[in-house]
Design a protein around this ligand. Sequence first.
Ligand code: AMP
Ligand code: TRP
Length: 332
Amino acid sequence: MQRIFSGIQPSGIPTLGNYLGAIRNWVALQADHDCIWCVVDLHAITVWQDPESLRRATREMTAVLLACGIDPEAHIVFPQSAVRAHAQLAWIFNCIARLGWLTRMTQFKDKAGKDRENASAGLYVYPNLMAADIHAYHATRVPVGDDQRQHLELANDIAQKFNHDYGVDFFPAIEPLILGPAARVMSLRDGTRKMSKSDPSDQSRINLNDDPDTIALKIRRAKTDPEPLPADAAGLEGRPEARNLLGIYAALAGTDHAGVLRDFAGGGFGRFKEALAALLIEKLSPISAETRRWLDDEAAIDAVLRDGAARAATIADPIVREAERLVGFLRL
Ligand code: AMP
Ligand code: TRP
């Protein structure tokens, strides 16, 4: 069976983008893979995190994963900082990756913004740590949203250069799994920007713990254009907001853009938005209820994470130890 690895940052309440672009696909993949799901707190601190908030967000993200159907017994759920192998292999990869490769990463440019001199060094080498996350387990399939495609290409470049430099065939190639009509959910305020938990405007996103009234209001206020919904998917060209809302509906209803348009073509956004809000509330309410149930029992969450970390380390430690031997470190 192929091993799957994926990670998600504990940097706030997960959004509908995280759910449709990542978590929901993870749950489905559990049926026929060995899966390792990592709450990536080491990645989170590449930008400032208040310590107490980081602890809370790590538990919250874990609670959401469990509420969505991630199975911590058949698979592994753990916080990245609890398995030392990630940081150890990341250092080796810092010495494999070239500055030129990192400079091309669009996420760094987005996150560092205008004041690049003031970004943390960690933010710059973020993709090397992400490569280490995956390669420490010899994972070969990595489900992510479309925004992470470039990082996975870099992870493959790192593996190839390591194998080439040390004359080995040690790190396998990884295959990105970018799934579904909502692989990139966009902001509700601007259809050209991705929906993000770090967007300053809460109106730009649906949080997985939003209550039904909030969801309905955010959808009603979501930006659209004045045209009615088009007859077919080709008519979504140049209409990013319409495409995004239809994509969200399609993903939740298990269809595609064309499937949604069969019911809504030619209509105005009013009726469509009402149906979309109802569908969102139907799908998200059970998740937020189950999340709250987990969060009432922090000890249970911590027990899941502790057990996951111990099992993750038994896989990653020998692989990273072998990488260290290949590099030429003494094995004392
Ligand atoms: P992050 O929140 O950046 O840690 O992302 C965790 C996972 O959610 C990754 O697989 C991302 O690709 C995915 N993701 C984040 N935002 C979106 C979005 N707006 N649309 C689709 N997938 C997303
Ligand atoms: N960088 C990813 C994101 O922001 C999260 C992540 C960290 C990840 N390590 C990973 C995803 C390893 C897949 C595999 O979405």
